[in-house]
Design a protein around this ligand. Structure first.
Ligand SMILES: [Fe+2]
Length: 386
């Protein structure tokens, strides 16, 4: 039976130059003073000052929170929320990568709901944030990867239990302006785009896929296959930047129902243990995951491979399809400079020691093929040797 496509409650304004409308859109929401959430890197890139200008031009006051950290810790979210409460803001603008957007979402929850943020972790299904008097949030991604503008929650680090948790929070508007990604350095461009690639490939190969998620995922995979090499060769290629940005948004939408599987389930744990950027932690096992899934869903792995530009003979058996899928993704990784696992983790033994924690954290319930601890070990060993 097909799964339910959950869709998104997040309106999205997409296109070059749309960030100039930030002040106008805040005015439409009735905002007079907003909390602006970002990290120091986005500020240094000059993006924050531009957006602050658009907000001030609309006659709206701002209070800045610039202490966003990667894998946003719960206590930073609480600091952002407390600043917003103390300053009596009536809205939030989050600018940056996934960490800034997720911190902004958590701050929005805490403006009108009592701390700590851990009260609203999705695992506590009995406590949900009261949405009746929430203030509006506009999220403005400056990377093309996380898709946080499309997803109805923020991923927050639970520092007590050293794991990631989801906080439900729809956004009132995502302003997705590809021009904001023009200055992204190649390393960040790659790791964020590979996160997006994982989202759409994992949605398409999930056992909970459906026709709506398939359409979104296939377009996202195709756009990344066609454009990622171009943006690495020429970071000023705005058309290619726009296409990768569109892919990231579509990929974020595509996981609304199928949800992520093998690469993200392994990657969320590796990222916490080895302090790897999210896109690297997840993407590092994507080639192996496709090869692993090929015997179970050969036609789907074949489609992914072809969308990424791989050539698959008509009479290829599932194992051969898996090999070609593996080589196609590895070749993309080589061309765009994706970091290698052996350069990030000291030894294979140290890596494999993470298997029990991965199995503890990940039920792999959306995988189209059952995954055992031995399977994860084999996937990790192969990824380490790549
Ligand atoms: Fe992700």
């Amino acid at each position: 039976m097909p799964s339910v496509f959950l869709g998104s409650r997040n309106p999205i304004l997409f296109g070059c130059g749309t960030s100039k409308l930030t002040g106008e859109k805040l005015k439409e929401f009735g905002c007079k003073k907003v909390l602006v959430v970002y990290d120091k890197g986005v500020k240094a890139a000059g993006i924050v000052d531009k957006i602050l200008g658009y907000i001030h031009d609309a006659g709206i006051e701002t209070v800045c929170f610039d202490r966003v950290l990667p894998d946003p810790p719960d206590y930073i979210c609480e600091e952002a929320g407390a600043l917003g409460v103390a300053e009596k803001v009536d809205g939030v603008v989050a600018i940056g990568g996934g960490s800034s957007l997720d911190t902004g979402k958590a701050a929005k929850v805490l403006l009108t709901n009592p701390p700590p943020i851990s009260r609203y972790f999705l695992k506590h299904e009995d406590i949900v944030p009261d949405e009746s008097n929430m203030k509006p949030i506009i999220v403005i991604p400056t990377t093309a990867g996380t898709g946080s503008e499309a997803t109805p929650g923020g991923v927050i680090t639970d520092t007590k239990n050293n794991c990631k948790q989801n906080v439900p929070c729809a956004t009132n508007l995502g302003i997705v302006d590809p021009e904001l990604t023009l200055g992204l350095p190649p390393a960040v461009t790659v790791t964020t785009a590979i996160d997006a690639l994982c989202h759409c490939v994992e949605a398409y190969t999930s056992k909970e896929n459906n026709r709506i998620s398939d359409v979104l995922a296939k377009e996202a995979i195709y756009l990344i296959g066609q454009n990622l090499r171009k943006v690495i060769q020429d970071g000023s290629d705005l058309k290619a930047r726009e296409n990768v940005q569109m892919a990231a948004t579509l990929a974020g939408l595509s996981i609304m129902g199928p949800f992520c599987n093998i690469p993200h389930e392994i990657g969320l744990v590796l990222g916490m243990i080895f302090h790897l950027p999210h896109g690297i932690a997840c993407g590092i096992t994507l080639p192996e995951a496709l090869e692993y899934l090929a015997p179970a869903i050969p036609e789907r792995i074949k489609t992914v491979t072809q969308l990424l530009g791989g050539k698959v003979p008509d009479d290829a058996c599932p194992e051969e399809i898996g090999r070609i899928a593996y080589n196609t993704v590895r070749s993309l990784y080589d061309d765009v400079g994706m970091p290698k696992l052996k350069d990030l983790v000291k030894s294979k033994e140290e890596l494999v020691a993470a298997v029990p924690e991965i199995m503890d954290y990940s039920p792999f319930e959306f995988s189209a093929r059952p995954v055992t601890a031995e399977d994860v070990k084999a996937i990790l060993e192969k990824a380490y040797n790549a």
